[in-house]
Design a protein around this ligand. Structure first.
Ligand code: HEM
Ligand SMILES: *[C@@H]1O[C@H](CO)[C@@H](O)[C@H](O)[C@H]1NC(C)=O
Ligand SMILES: *[C@@H]1O[C@H](CO)[C@@H](O)[C@H](O)[C@H]1NC(C)=O
Length: 340
């Protein structure tokens, strides 16, 4: 007992000393060396109320437009979510994917199947009438992806606003976005470089519970895996039969979730457990032992998935955002950098 008190006493002394040392030394450190430590990360300047004073109806306008377009064409919901991912994946969420000039990301081969640009343009047009030069294209795309999730049956989350639009977009950088033939280590590295972790990878891949892929992305799994001239042995044989029927040409399209292709649910994960994941990167999430437990958890606990999806989407929307006064701009037209 005595020893116990003694050690507690010593601990207090040590703590006392260390705070003193800190207090003393921080006075010695010059402002210059302290500054980088105190500078908050760029996403700290985003806020839910960012447009409350300057464009109170921004979110209302965005959600009305998204609703109207998805009602006419439900396949737009997944396309908008994917567009947001491709934006954030390259140079952060800065609307670089929307720039439509020669040699921009959008013009790259890897961006060929991206859709939803016209919807974003119409929202921007509407917002420029209501609150000119106020709402960034990056913020519009982020909110539209949230709304598209809701209209597909997914969860709601609050979107923090205040991203600015970038001025640089390079076609060659579009290759960096995962294409579906990577291994899990490659995907984890890609996510980590953007501040996203393993849980975010498994969670955000759950977006593939809706939407489609061109057969181009899965042709080698069906017909020529690893240049063996045979299909990927990890494909369920009945599913393989179906895919052979649906995928004759590169530009044919197949649902990413074969069971409930239009519903935002956890069938994507139960599919992986049954070996009917479509992209090899999807199926690997179940076979790689690092990610298996997450897939199993989501497959059996839908609420855990939807609540984590909301959390991970906020993280995705915060990737490398431009929020400092000297960074980026509020584009007038999402397709072009402003002319000065
Ligand atoms: C983890 C790595 C990922 C890979 C390898 C991947 C790969 C792909 C591929 C190959 C397609 C089909 C493209 C085509 O038409 O050929 C696709 C579609 C899609 N991806 Fe991903 N993706 C990944 C992550 C994500 C993330 C993080 C999101 C969203 C947060 C996302 C959302 C979507 C959606 C919604 C579609 C369907 C698009 C549509 O129907 O128009 N993906 N993805
Ligand atoms: C995984 O992909 C990376 C490239 O992203 C490559 O360097 C590595 O060799 C691959 N690992 C395996 C086990 O195939
Ligand atoms: C496919 O190729 C990779 C390396 O290129 C190898 O590690 C893997 O075992 C092969 N898979 C099959 C099923 O042949």
């Amino acid at each position: 007992m005595k020893l116990h008190y003694l050690s507690l006493f010593l601990l207090v002394i040590i703590l006392e000393l260390s705070t003193n040392v800190y207090g003393f030394s921080s006075q010695l450190v010059t402002k210059k060396t302290l500054k980088p430590l105190l500078l908050p990360p760029p996403e700290a300047f985003l806020s839910i109320g960012h447009y409350h004073a300057t464009c109170p109806n921004a979110e209302g306008i965005i959600s009305q437009k998204v609703a109207a377009w998805i009602k006419k064409d439900p396949t737009l919901a997944p396309s908008i979510i994917r567009l947001h991912f491709h934006d954030c994946a390259i140079r952060g969420c800065d609307a670089s994917i929307l720039l439509n000039h020669k040699g921009s990301e959008r013009t790259a081969f890897e961006s060929k199947t991206l859709r939803g640009f016209q919807l974003i343009d119409e929202i921007k047009f509407e917002l420029e009438k209501t609150c000119p030069r106020t709402v960034s294209c990056a913020d519009i795309l982020t909110a539209a992806a949230r709304d598209a999730t809701i209209f597909a049956g997914g969860p709601f989350w609050e979107v923090p606003f205040g991203r600015k639009d970038g001025k640089i977009s390079l076609s060659k950088e579009a290759k960096l976005v995962p294409q579906g033939h990577e291994n899990i280590t490659g995907l984890l590295n890609f996510f980590e470089e953007r501040g996203l972790d393993m849980l975010d990878l498994v969670t955000l891949s759950g977006s593939h519970t809706i939407g489609r892929t061109t057969c181009y992305s899965v042709m080698n799994r069906i017909y020529n895996f690893n240049n063996t001239g045979k299909p990927d042995p990890s494909l369920n044989i009945y599913y393989l039969k179906l895919l052979k029927k649906r995928c004759k040409r590169d530009f044919d399209m197949v649902h990413l979730d074969v069971i409930t292709p239009r519903t935002f649910d956890t069938t994507y994960y139960t599919n992986l457990v049954r070996k009917v994941g479509l992209l090899s990167t999807d199926q690997l999430l179940f076979s790689d032992e690092r990610t298996t437990p997450f897939v199993e958890a989501f497959a059996t606990q839908p609420f855990v998935f939807t609540s984590q999806f909301a959390v991970s989407m906020v993280k995705l929307g915060n990737v490398q955002v431009l929020t400092r006064p000297n960074q980026g701009e509020i584009r007038v037209n999402c397709n072009y950098v402003n002319v000065v």
